[in-house]
Design a protein around this ligand. Structure first.
Ligand SMILES: Cc1ncc(C[n+]2csc(CCOP(=O)(O)OP(=O)(O)O)c2C)c(N)n1
Ligand SMILES: [Mg+2]
Length: 794
């Protein structure tokens, strides 16, 4: 550093010195984020000719917001979701704190490098929330705040750590996502607190500049939902200009300036600003403010928005911090691409600086070639002073000696769960689920601890998915105790819905995305709060589709929970229409970090519920999904091998060696399969009957075995291969499920056998089960026809 400048700046009073250092660090963050993307696109060898990509403009837009938050206001216990396209700024910030490596940053968007969008699982413990599918990370903070209250009020987790805020830095276009408003409404119902959303209001999305006056509407929405709303519109330079004579006219001019014109002028620079301003204000007393500035200064003044003025941002955040725990939305006006050559250009979302532009930028930033990654390059402060500053940043202190990712010991799950006595009875899997959970809810003996850690939730289908008996025992969660008026008035109801901080069920409104966001937040409780929560969420099976992106988002973050979707398929017959689900078994197979099952009988269900509660706690486990039904089936007295049920299938009637046919069923169509099987056996005494509990697990096991064999482990064998081994090489398999038939179609590839898979590929008819099973080819006749077809090779 230039010695006289250093001496001069050191003489500044402490507060201005502090601001000076912050501004230097903003430069560093701007440089590193842009360079990281440039390096990935223009410096690293490119093997496939594909554009690597990155979002330099999105990063530039939120530099001051992130610097203010991370370097001044945030505390280690705060949990922060960073808008997806600012991932590089986030990584650069961690680089400042010594929590990110140069190698990783050089590998941005490369295999094994850091992800384009912050990822909990892939980028490591510094990432509190993954982001990428816009809107979800923002809403997630509201649910994680709710969970933080839940775990604290239940005495779960780290009581030694102070409560933090749950903060989202979000793009303005994220507020177009409907899930944001669903979450706002739900948050209001639950009186969430300690949530901050800081909107990077650059008035640009991907394609274009957003309409004017939109924010008046959005601000109103936040206020209506009980949020505090703070607009950070202008920076200090502009405020000072407004305070001068004629300044009011300048303010009115900017306030009235359409977003697209403001963006275009920003891109064009000082001369364009002057022309536009003089044409409107040239004859007014605002002219003096304009005339005394050269073009560069005028451009700087006109783009001095609040979101780029770190002092203004810090002041706004600190004021809200002092105001308490009310949810707060900050609307920070910014310019997309601020400080970069394409600032304000409407097409800049995916724009990358050219090599020439980057060269100029490097020069302007005072970075010598070969020193691009050096932390202290190009700054007018000494390394020692910078290090001393960073050492004092509150967020720079690790949350715990182990870092930000907390953990919680596993809760013991007894070897068997209290499964209802079913001998000689008819029962549905949904009924069995409710009964088992209600028994756990008694909290007797070795179930006490397990019961205390379970948290249930449902989007307004608590009663109709059979969570009622559990809720009656464990109560509804609310930060405030609220009596059940019906109960107090002695009005008859099967539901006892008193609410208290000790309740263990979180009742949600209908929005399914909220269910999955809450399951996601609850499923991350060990890492976030050091609390073991065993979340169980229920939903109607078809409406998994409604929340699907949020479900996949929860799994992508490796959240651990049990999803119970019921009722499902055509089997909920008279409901018809969109209540019938056809595609969900396929989703269960294709979703990563989600093990899905569909038991037919309650003994299988008991095994799978036990497995789920255990598996979701294992380091190499995952979330679990059970697809259930309201159809009551005759239950069997039998001894099951739990390992087979968990691995995905078991022989109800094992085939004879060399058998020419087997019948496989999944879920509530078991009686039709059994009926057809009885007839089939008269012709084919060696035939086998297979109960499939999880095409997902069978398929995953098969893929794994094939991979292992390709890798040299010649003896690797999957469960489906073992199961099908007794059948003749040219045997036929007829399969049936109440869902799209594709999840079974691959059985034929395992050993080259013929499969006739049955299952609806259409939906939408009301009717009773006999009608619908006949119409969609699931009844015993259809199964027998398929057997004949399969045997004949048709
Ligand atoms: C659910 C979803 N839809 C679409 C996209 C593609 N996309 C990525 S960024 C973006 C616009 C983002 O604009 P904004 O949130 O304002 O961010 P910024 O201007 O700060 O880059 C879109 C449409 C996405 N990532 N996720
Ligand atoms: Mg934007």
């Amino acid at each position: 550093m230039n010695a006289p400048i250093a001496a001069m700046t050191k003489l500044m009073p402490p507060e201005s010195r502090r601001v000076h250092i912050l501004k230097q660090l903003e430069r560093k963050l701007l440089w590193l984020s842009a360079w990281m993307i440039h390096n990935a696109n223009h410096i690293r060898p490119n093997r496939d000719g594909l554009k690597v990509g990155g979002h330099q403009a999105s990063c530039a837009s939120c530099i001051s917001i992130m610097a203010a938050l991370y370097l001044e206001v945030a505390r280690p216990q705060d949990r922060i979701a960073v808008k997806p396209h600012a991932g590089p700024v986030f990584h650069a910030m961690n680089y400042l704190f010594g929590r990110q490596t140069r190698e990783k940053m050089e590998g941005l968007r490369k295999f094994g490098g850091i992800q384009p969008y912050p990822s909990r699982v892939k980028d490591g413990a510094e990432v509190d929330f993954s982001t990428g599918s816009v809107g979800l990370g923002v809403a997630m903070t509201s649910f994680s705040a709710l969970m933080a209250d839940y775990t604290r009020l239940h005495g779960l987790g780290r009581t030694d750590l102070p409560p933090g805020r749950h903060i989202a830095i979000c793009g303005d276009a994220e507020l177009d996502e409907g899930n944001i408003y669903e979450a706002l409404l739900e948050g209001w119902k639950h009186d969430v607190r300690n949530v901050w959303w800081i909107v990077d209001y650059n008035r640009q999305s991907l394609d274009s500049v957003v309409p004017d006056r939109l924010f008046g509407r959005i601000e109103g929405l936040f206020r209506d939902m009980g949020w505090n709303c703070v607009t950070i519109k202008y920076g200090r330079k502009l405020e000072a200009a407004f305070a001068r004579e004629g300044g009011d006219k300048l303010r009115t001019w900017i306030d009235d300036c359409p977003n697209s014109l403001y963006s275009a002028l920003t891109f064009q620079g000082g001369a364009a600003w002057r022309a536009a301003l003089l044409s409107d204000l040239g004859r007014s007393n605002a002219r003096a403010i304009i005339d005394e500035l050269n073009d560069e200064e005028l451009g700087a003044l006109m783009t001095n928005l609040g979101g780029h003025d770190i002092e203004t941002v810090i002041e706004a955040l600190r004021t809200a911090d002092a105001d308490g725990d009310q949810p707060t939305c900050f609307i920070a006006y910014t310019i997309k691409g601020m400080g970069l050559p394409f600032a304000g250009h409407k097409d800049n979302h995916s724009g990358l600086m050219s090599k020439e532009q980057m060269e100029q930028f490097r020069h302007d930033m005072g970075i010598r070639p070969g020193h691009e990654w050096d932390l202290f390059e190009g700054l007018d402060i000494s390394e020692a002073e910078l290090r001393a500053f960073l050492a004092e940043v509150p967020f720079g202190t690790p949350l715990t000696p182990q870092g930000r990712l907390l953990s919680a010991p596993a809760v013991h799950v007894p070897a068997t769960l209290p499964t209802p006595k079913t001998a000689g009875r008819k029962m549905s899997t949904q009924g069995g689920f409710g009964d088992i959970l209600a028994e756990i809810g008694r909290g007797q003996g070795d179930l006490k601890d397990l019961a205390a850690h379970i948290m249930t939730t449902s989007p307004d289908v608590t009663v109709s998915t059979n969570l009622g008996p559990w809720v009656n025992r464990r109560g509804i969660f609310d930060r405030h105790t609220r009596n059940d008026v019906f109960r107090d008035s002695k009005l008859a109801s099967a539901q006892r819905w008193g609410m208290s901080p000790k309740g263990q069920h979180i009742e949600l409104g209908i929005a399914e995305q909220n269910l999955f966001l809450l399951l996601g937040a609850a499923g991350l409780a060990p890492g976030m709060s050091g609390a073991r929560v065993l979340p169980i969420g229920t939903v109607y099976d078809p409406f998994v589709n409604r929340g699907l992106d949020a479900l996949l988002y929860a799994c992508y973050q490796d959240a651990r929970f049990l999803l119970v979707s019921t009722p499902s398929g055509l089997t909920l017959a008279p409901e018809g229409g969109q209540h019938q689900s056809v595609n969900t078994p396929l989703i269960g197979m294709a979703a990563d970090r989600l093990a899905s099952f569909e038991p037919a009988h309650v003994d299988e269900l008991g095994i799978l519920m036990r497995h789920a509660l255990d598996f979701m706690q294992q380091p190499d486990g995952s979330a679990v999904w059970l697809r259930l039904s309201t159809r009551t089936l005759q239950q069997h007295e039998r001894a099951l091998d739990p390992a087979a049920v968990i691995a995905g299938a078991h022989w109800v009637v094992p085939p004879s060696p060399g058998a020419r046919i087997a019948l496989a069923y999944q879920g509530p169509v078991a009686p039709e399969a059994e009926e057809a099987f009885a007839v089939l056996r008269e012709e084919e005494p060696g035939a086998g009957l297979l109960a499939v509990t999880s095409p997902d697990r069978l398929h995953a096991g098969w893929l794994a075995a094939m991979r292992a064999r390709r890798g040299g482990d010649r003896g690797a064998m999957s469960w489906i291969e073992t199961l099908l081994a007794p059948l003749a090489r040219d045997a036929a398999i007829v399969s049936v499920l109440d869902g799209h038939p594709a999840p079974h179609a691959w059985f034929g590839s395992v050993r080259g056998q013929r499969v006739v898979p049955l299952g609806p590929d259409r939906f939408g008819q009301s009717g009773d089960i006999p009608d619908l099973y006949r119409e969609f080819g699931l009844d015993a006749d259809a199964v027998l026809d398929a057997c004949a077809q399969a045997m004949l090779g048709g």
